[in-house]
Design a binder for this molecule. Sequence first.
Ligand SMILES: [Fe+2]
Length: 187
Amino acid sequence: MNPVDEILGPFARHGSAHFDEKDVTQLGHALQCAHQAEQAGASAAMITACLLHDVGHLINVDAGAAIDRGEDTEHEIRAQAYLAAWFDDDVLQPIRWHVDAKRYLTATDPIYFSTLSHGSVRSLEVQGGPFSKAEVAAFEAREHFQDAVQLRRWDETAKSPTAATPPLEHFRPYVEAALRSDKRPQA
Ligand SMILES: [Fe+2]
């Protein structure tokens, strides 16, 4: 199977699901996030990271029920494990740290907390709340931490019930360009 078909498969199968955001589907949320990255002139890796950042929800059959139970599904860790077969750290690390980026931003940006959606405030609690000073410093030492923070900002503004976006297929070339070199389809 073409690797991009395989990677995007969970969106075709489960993209119409709603989890912690009731106004937007998982596919709509992914497209809005990737569209913002594209419009900002981000790299193919970042656009891909934005598109795929919540795939950990889609590959977890218990995700919806677990969120309703108030549990942390560790979807960022599931996503990294799933995507590691195809991508390098420029895609994997912003996804791996996008939840911690929320904990980072709520500790360092006084305005950011007031912008969070209801679902984000609820999940912040089960994800551990704002970082301490030591956790902020440790986070800033991570490679790709700024990409994770940027992804997180686009994530938070990708929850509109009405935003127009290109379809999933529009983003296929970015996903293909972001593949690890040994995973790209041969021409
Ligand atoms: Fe998200």
